[in-house]
Design a protein around this ligand. Structure first.
Ligand SMILES: [Zn+2]
Ligand SMILES: [Zn+2]
Length: 106
């Protein structure tokens, strides 16, 4: 009896393994997907660094935040990077207009 149980559980496990493998391989463009993820991660790292840098410079007073680029808007601003590889090249937008800008881009 015990033997059968073991065999059965082995079989089940094997079947699950096969199913998992099948699923893995059935995902087309998995490699591309992974590459995209890696790219995303790299980009995010760059983004984070750029943001931290400008935030630091603002904190120590080396960079004075500008006015929101939207005419007539007087809200408190935050930096926007057009290019994260240039951390010091920023444009200033209030939170709302900043979000709007990003939404439009997507
Ligand atoms: Zn931005
Ligand atoms: Zn604004």
């Amino acid at each position: 009896m015990e033997k059968i149980t073991i065999k059965n559980s082995d079989e089940v496990r094997e079947r699950q393994k096969v199913a998992a493998r099948k699923y893995y391989h059935s995902e087309k463009g998995r490699v591309a997907h992974r590459r995209k993820n890696a790219e995303y991660y790299e980009k995010n790292k760059e983004k984070k660094k750029a943001r931290m840098k400008i935030a630091y410079l603002v904190r120590v007073g080396k960079v004075i935040p500008g006015k929101c680029e939207v005419v007539g808007c007087n809200e408190k601003t935050q930096p926007h990077h057009d290019d994260y590889s240039q951390p010091l090249k920023v444009r200033w937008f209030c939170r709302n207009h900043h979000l709007e800008l990003h939404y439009k881009r997507i």
